[in-house]
Design a protein around this ligand. Structure first.
Ligand code: 9MR
Length: 371
């Protein structure tokens, strides 16, 4: 029997399938039913939601998603703040939250230049450590974190944002100390720690042809060494005038052609004037009211255009459902999106699949199973 959901205006509660409640219940079409057999559908969730402080967010995640990713609680700064010191609290609760609901739980992220625990690349003299020491630290970090969730985490963003838009390697501490080898090493260590976990490379601005070419080479290189890589995560932070959808699709196809799967891992679309097309969180701009034109709600024409662009992306994923295995929004509802604070702090954004009242955005309705 399909689960029944008690409908209360503005709130959805999981209800019992009893005769008494039958008249007051109706089955609700869900996103996970809509895309069943095509790809997983989900979102990034934060610790507020896991801790029960966002009950409406919890309702939509529990009802509509079959996969979740940790928005912040697994980043090295948080989970491994000092050498040999691990803070598992939020990550444990996050993993349990997903497993309790039968979801595919995704770990984010093992190797990232940003939110990197400050101790990680430095010696007692404050300078970068040697390559040997860095390898050991990388190995310990990955073995400890992946090992703790062995058999529980479905897949890991192993390396995040390693390549710049011009296709060259980002000069991160990992790169400066270990050169390009930090990527194969990270994949090797992650696979050693959990041979069954899927392993991903994840990055933004994936429509860039130069970036695409480097990632194709990188995937081929990892595979030629016999290392496991399951998918490329195309973060998919978008706006009203970017990315070029044709180039985005070319990247999606090029990645698929290498033999790995493709995931939209951090999907959102700004509805506001474009200030920055990437997702590099250190690139910020000062507030100015012109950049925040819709504090009281999206005008109808902008909403229509936004929904049409989102529908175009979802249709692209469906057209490539043979290679797209997960579509994941970077958040739950508009009120909690990082885009309200970036690249301009204090804007009112509308980038996600659910609005501030936790209603599904209009473009999604066409995909829902008919009631
Ligand atoms: O959404 C995340 C935000 O809450 C954090 O402050 C920020 C820094 O840790 O990271 C955001 O998530 C980023 C993700 O981890 C990697 N890709 C870009 C995302 C947006 O900055």
């Amino acid at each position: 029997m399909k689960p029944q959901y008690l409908l209360i205006p503005g709130l959805l509660l999981l209800g019992a399938c009893s005769a008494q409640t039958k008249e007051a219940t109706a089955s609700v079409p869900t996103l996970k039913d809509a895309f069943d057999g095509k790809f997983l559908i989900g979102g990034a969730i934060n610790t507020r939601l896991v801790d029960g402080l966002d009950p409406k967010g919890d309702s939509i995640v529990s009802l509509h998603f079959n996969t979740i990713v940790a928005e912040n609680c697994m980043k090295s700064e948080k989970i491994n703040p000092a050498e040999g010191v691990y803070d598992w609290d939020d990550a444990d609760k996050f993993v349990k939250y997903g497993l309790d609901r039968g979801m595919k739980v995704i770990g984010h992220t093992l190797v990232w230049h940003s939110q990197l625990a400050p101790w990680f690349p430095l010696g007692a003299d404050g300078k970068y450590v040697s390559a040997d020491v860095m390898k050991e630290r990388l190995r310990n970090h990955i073995h400890t974190v992946v090992g703790r969730y062995k058999g529980k985490i479905h897949g890991w963003d192993v390396v995040n944002e390693a390549i710049l838009d011009d296709g060259t390697y980002r000069k991160s501490p990992f790169y400066e100390i270990l050169g390009e080898e930090f990527i194969p090493l990270a994949f090797q260590y992650a696979h050693e720690a959990d041979p069954d976990a899927e392993l991903y490379l994840n990055d933004y601005s994936m429509a860039s042809p130069a970036k695409r070419d480097t990632y194709v080479k990188l995937i081929n290189d990892l595979r030629s060494r016999g290392l496991r890589i399951d998918a490329i995560g195309m973060q998919a932070h978008m706006g009203m005038d970017y990315p070029d959808f044709d180039e985005f699709e070319k990247s999606l196809v090029a990645f698929g052609d290498t033999g790995v799967k493709v995931m939209l891992t951090e999907w959102d679309m700004s509805a506001l004037p474009t200030v920055n097309t990437g997702a590099n969180i250190s690139d910020t701009t000062a507030y100015n009211a012109m950049l925040n034109p819709y504090p009281d709600g999206l005008p109808e024409n902008i909403s229509r255009e936004w929904n049409a662009r989102m529908e175009h992306v979802m249709d692209m994923c469906l057209a490539h459902a043979d290679i797209v295995t997960r579509v994941n929004a970077w958040g739950t509802d508009d009120s909690m999106s990082w885009k309200n604070g970036w690249p301009v702090a204090g804007r009112t954004e509308y980038p996600l699949l659910f609005d501030r009242n936790h209603n599904l955005k209009p473009f999604l309705k066409k995909y829902l199973p008919q009631e």
